[in-house]
Design a binder for this molecule. Structure first.
Ligand SMILES: NC(=O)c1ccc[n+]([C@@H]2O[C@H](COP(=O)([O-])OP(=O)(O)OC[C@H]3O[C@@H](n4cnc5c(N)ncnc54)[C@H](OP(=O)(O)O)[C@@H]3O)[C@@H](O)[C@H]2O)c1
Length: 276
């Protein structure tokens, strides 16, 4: 029986594997995992009886019909060069690397390819997995993959051209949201004796409540602002400052993140020629 394979057990690989196993969407006996450093995956075999662990990427490629490549963007083509002779027509290859295009992957494996951008929020079965399938992916393969991802997240199909902005909204956003609210808390703490951990708990609970309120009641950003920032009130003063300064900051955020995408894509384009 062919298995579900994973190459790379870092932050994202481990989140996906443990998430799929815990949700019951994946059985340990049908899972094979490789990582460059063996010590990092040894615990997996203790926790999940029947799972196969190895440092041999080619073994994982041979044994899998669904194969996740969960290494960093600049390592993806090296891994594909290593395993390409072990891939067959029925293999469904999934890359989760930002900046690596379906074309880049097809330069090594012209078969069924899907690009996925997960989010760290799926560690608690929340958030979005962005998905873009190549033309060659069979419907049954798409359904299997989307069912797996659906066990830990909401699946959203996007055009490959929209991946970078969408990834800022879903996959980079937890880091950016943390940075924004770290500044918010630190600014507030200058004016009070509240302990930092207490302030953080207050804001995190408010973030959770805000997200839940918006999601459950179908409230959009302008409506929520209108309901809280009543005319002549305190919140309105804060919202005015945010509207004055943050649009320019976020223009720069997108300028910088999209430029970085372009830079890494250019490096991978060079790799495409060099490695092959
Ligand atoms: N972090 C995020 O929030 C996020 C979100 C969406 C997408 N992504 C994408 O997910 C991918 C992985 O990111 P990450 O944050 O999980 O990186 P990471 O924590 O650095 O993990 C990468 C893993 O790949 C392993 N590895 C490297 N080369 C290998 C090889 N040749 N064979 C087998 N294993 C190899 C590393 O092994 P060692 O143990 O030896 O280091 C490490 O465990 C990236 O392409 C990134 O663009 C990340």
């Amino acid at each position: 029986m062919k298995k579900n394979g994973f190459i790379g057990y870092g932050s994202m690989g481990s989140m996906l594997i443990n998430g799929f196993l815990k949700s019951g969407a994946l059985a340990s006996g049908e899972t094979v995992v490789s990582n460059r450093t063996m010590t990092k995956i040894e615990n997996l075999a203790v926790e999940w009886k029947g799972i196969t662990i190895t440092t041999d990427n080619r073994k994982v490629a041979r044994e899998s019909d669904l194969l996740f490549v969960c290494v960093r963007p600049l390592d993806v083509l090296h891994v594909l060069d290593e395993i390409k002779d072990d891939l067959i027509d029925s293999t469904h290859l999934v890359s989760i690397a930002g900046c690596v295009t379906i074309n880049d992957i097809e330069s090594r494996f012209p078969g069924q390819v899907t690009k996925v951008i997960p989010s760290i929020t799926s560690e608690v079965r929340q958030g979005i997995s962005l998905v873009c399938h190549s033309r060659k992916v069979a419907k049954v393969r798409m359904e299997h993959l989307e069912k797996l991802l659906g066990s830990i997240s909401r699946v959203v199909n996007v055009r490959e051209n929209d991946f970078e902005v969408a990834a800022d909204f879903t996959s980079c956003a937890p880091g950016m949201i943390a940075a924004i609210f770290d500044c918010f808390v630190n600014a507030g703490l200058k004016h009070s004796e509240i302990q930092p951990d207490v302030a953080q708990r207050m804001v995190v609970s408010t973030l959770l409540g805000t997200a839940k309120l918006m999601a459950e009641k179908g409230i959009g950003f302008p409506e929520l602002i209108g309901r809280v920032a009543t005319k002549g009130g305190i919140t309105e003063e804060g919202v005015k400052v945010i509207n004055k300064h943050l649009p320019a900051a976020f223009d720069e955020v997108f300028f910088k993140t999209l430029s970085k995408h372009d830079l890494v894509k250019e490096m991978i384009k060079k790799q495409r020629i060099m490695v092959s």
